[in-house]
Ligand binder design. Sequence first.
Ligand code: ADP
Ligand code: MG
Length: 711
Amino acid sequence: MTATGSEPITLRELATIDVSRLRGVSERKRTALAAFDVESVLDLLTTYPRRWVDRTREAQVADLVPGTEALVLVEVRSVHKRLARTRRAIVEAVVGDGTGRLRIVFFNQPWRERQLQPGLQVALFGKADVFRGGLQMTNPVVDLIGDRTGRIVPIYPQSEKAQITTWELAGWVESALARCAERGIADPVPVPVRRRLGLIDRDKALRGIHLPESIAEKDQARRRLAFDELLRVQLALVMRKRAMERDAVGIRHAVGGELVRRFHDRLPFPLTAAQRRAIAEIDGDLTAPHPMHRLLQGDVGAGKTVVAVTALLAAVEGGHQGALMAPTEVLAEQHFAGVRELLAGLEVPTRGESLFTDRPLRVELLTNRVGGAERRRVLGGLADGTVDLVIGTHALIQEGVDFRSLGVVVVDEQHRFGVEQRAALREKAGETVPDVLVMTATPIPRTAAMTVYGDLDVSVLDELPPGRTPIVTRWVGGPLLEGEAWAAVREEVATGRQAYVVCPLIEESEKLEVASAEETYARLSAGELEGLRLGLLHGRLTPADKDMTMELFRSGGLDVLVATTVIEVGVDVPNATVMVILDADRFGIAQLHQLRGRVGRGAHESQCWLVTAGSEATPRVEAVVASTDGFALAEVDLELRGEGTLMSTAQKGRSDLKLASLRRDRELVHLAREAAFEIVDADVNLDGHPLLLDELQLLLTDDETEFLTRS
Ligand code: ADP
Ligand code: MG
């Protein structure tokens, strides 16, 4: 390792030093480390222990409780191998510490005899049972920890295949830290921030995570390093947010006008408190000089449409236009029907003239299915400003559609309204960039939202309108109990209601999924639901056939709609009161919740049946049975899946979170976000924090830091 320079060592420098420069890293070990993605000393130092064992307190043989899993730190006393009558190898060892002894047994792992040399220190993880009067563990997880004597033993992720043991890793980390000791490791986080948040410095933290003297020291180290990870992500997001606000000139809309008032007065219900709060937040953005970028989160049925339309009408009131974009044509058409109904008869006050010159509000639909003269008429109206609101797909902003003055855009999305779409919007806009409201019905926990959507402001509709009858959800496992679900369908149909049957999800192949839907349809028509009027809906039907089936169901011409997940979003038939989801354990929590949202939309009490082939409910199915609250379910989902999945589906990158957890470190996420605002708002380009800037470029993906280099 280089010893030049006397300034503290930066992460950038550590990233340029190959691990082979450390003593004991042979060519073979180097290759093995590379398989772990450890190539530089930085990679090594950020390969954190996966647990820490306090050898004097937490890991003693005397504390083992038969029947429960636990970890012990012990020394190998003796080992021997024998062959069972089946000729399988059995390796038995006796291990112990000052407090007691334990027998361990391995089946079919003959090499353990050579591995477990007497005198060796090992960490064992497994379930201890009482066997022949003594304690025994069978096939425990073994970590070799060498002859370390520290009180706290770090245990690193290791791979038997890669043939790197936790004590080898510990040794290399220790020698790397020793070589950094003279210069120390640089700390890029401003001192006032560190002080206020009670964070230890980075040098101390890196030592404390790898070589702690106490568990408390390790905890402090972890807190500091997790904060660093979260701060980098938040800095990138906050800088992007501020850059967007700075670069774009928005429209200062006037809010609280007559048109919006008329709209609210005509609603057959009062707004919920959550709706009023979201509208106020949006109004704040609309009147500000920079364009709005806000996310509106709300569970299915929370009433997002009214909030969105309110924002669109504010644009119209000021003489601008509004656009509502949906992810698919079918959804665009449904939104169009819904919004037109909501706004029927609404007149736009024309200011300055006589009271009698109010004009009708003009709302149009524009999808690829709108063609010919109709399309020309709508396009003309958008260009000359006579169309007030247009509803369509995302293609609205991507293709050659001209607006006279696009003021507010609402994006109804299932996925992320990405950077590219925003860029398209910016290009489309002339001098001013329209305000953007993104709606999502897939609730994600607030801390996760801060990270996944951290460059947006967030409003949450966390309250359903009153008077909804909750959907009763039941789980039935196994073919015998499935009959209960079909009986419920027959009962509801007998009283004039309708039902959905959702067919098994087959992610690998749409073709298989369609085949299975056809099979289910045939089976039910001839069996459990014989005599009822069944329809079939799946992704391989022509749009015309889909429409026909949907229309038939909507108008009551079908009792039961057998469908694939194509019904997941947007379908709205209040008379449908039962849903049966087959192979429910194949769906994710969010998807089950979305599907279930298709019932319970009318005044009648609704039910949802989750059917699984096996007779055990999975944790996901149990969660959906237990709660109808999308936000609570999102928390469970995050808990079950870990944030890895959330992050990777929401956007690539952000893989930087090695220590920090969006679930466990909620407080830190908030603190990091606050600190990021504080730093960026005092120093927009981080000119005064070159190390911090350098780390963003080093550790975040290109996509995440794209704006840093944008001119
Ligand atoms: P979301 O888009 O959030 O799923 P919608 O906007 O489609 O929900 O609203 C669901 C239903 O609730 C609609 O029928 C709507 O008219 C109704 N609704 C919206 N706001 C209220 C309210 N404040 N009180 C009663 N009903 C409401
Ligand atoms: Mg809706």
